[in-house]
Ligand binder design. Structure first.
Ligand code: RIB
Length: 317
């Protein structure tokens, strides 16, 4: 990491979060506990919720920077090159010899559904000094995005720095824990989670749009300005302090090949729209982000499936 953060570089989107090397196996179905099954394909890809979101925002045209930590190893070196080749600033990407680059073991079944285990490694060593190095970039960004694959306290610190400087914040509470610090809600403009995460955070079982509305109300009451619950084939649900009537945004039905990272594609696209079209209604941003995430589930891989601006209909821009 550079010791002299640039005072002039203003980024549209700054993501403070995780990088993982994804070890992906495709199998007809997900194994039961204690069971070994044959898979039919394996590959190594770039993942991690934070980095995925940053890559999607950059592919749509956002000037993006990543604040993260990788190991002093081949996976870490490769990840830094990956950011560079996607046009993302690596000024705040730190390396450590104290832990390995984070990894995610992912199994994808024939319906495109997945199971993921992460070993966060170096991600958990991102610390307050690293945030201090990046604090100018965070305070000057148009949008700052955080998740929970780094230390919770560091995510919250990043959201506080951004929010207190008047920067729009998106928080994706993934992986979710029931005992989330209440300050997360207060420092978040758009709280974006999936059905499982909404359920963990509110105790409301979310299996349809009506349930999502109930969970959304509870999340809004906790203090964020807007809540989006993504619901896979059912689209998404938006609620805000301005309009607390749940707004259901359906999505197109497509054949899912691999849903891994679809939520990250949504969040990254949302960050792009919030940065580039600040006057657009959140409902319209969500509709477009959903369209982009729907493209991502139609091919294999996480970042490999994320579309760039040139590959999308121009009416999305
Ligand atoms: O959201 C998908 C991501 O979760 C994967 O890329 C994996 O790395 C885990 O972080």
């Amino acid at each position: 990491m550079s010791n002299s953060p640039s005072a002039t570089a203003v980024h549209d989107v700054v993501v403070v979060g995780s990088c993982m090397t994804d070890l992906v196996s495709f199998a007809p179905r997900l194994p039961k506990p204690g069971e070994t099954i044959h898979g039919h394909k394996f590959f190594i890809g770039f993942g991690g919720k934070g980095a995925n979101q940053c890559i999607q925002a950059a592919r749509l045209g956002a000037k993006a920077a990543m604040v993260c930590k990788v190991g002093n190893d081949t996976f870490g070196e490769n990840y830094i090159e990956n950011f560079k080749s996607n046009g993302i600033s690596t000024e705040y990407v730190a390396q450590t010899s104290e832990a390995s680059t984070g990894v995610a073991s992912i199994t994808v079944n024939d319906d495109g559904q997945n199971e993921i285990v992460i070993v966060a490694g170096a991600n958990l060593l991102l610390n307050s000094e690293d945030l201090e190095q990046a604090s100018n970039a965070i305070r000057c960004a148009k949008v700052v995005v955080c998740q929970l694959e780094i230390q919770t306290a560091i995510s919250l610190e990043a959201l506080k720095i951004a929010h207190d400087a008047g920067v729009k914040t998106i928080f994706n509470p993934a992986p979710a824990t029931a005992d989330l610090d209440p300050d997360f809600y207060k420092k978040t403009d758009v709280f974006c989670c999936n059905e499982t995460e909404a359920e963990i955070l509110t105790g409301v079982e979310v299996s349809n749009v009506e349930d999502a509305g109930k969970a959304g109300s509870i999340l809004l009451e906790k203090g964020c300005s807007a809540v989006i619950i993504t619901m896979g084939v059912k689209g998404s649900l938006l609620m805000s302090l301005e309009n607390q009537t749940p707004c259901h945004i359906p999505t197109r039905k497509v054949k899912a090949v691999d849903t891994t990272g679809a939520g990250d594609s949504f969040v990254g696209a949302l960050a792009f729209y919030m940065a580039h079209y600040p006057c657009m209604e959140l409902e319209e941003m969500s509709r477009r982000a959903c369209d982009i995430a729907t493209v991502s589930i139609q091919s294999q891989g996480t970042q490999t499936s994320y579309p760039s601006r040139a590959q999308l209909p121009q009416e999305l821009f």
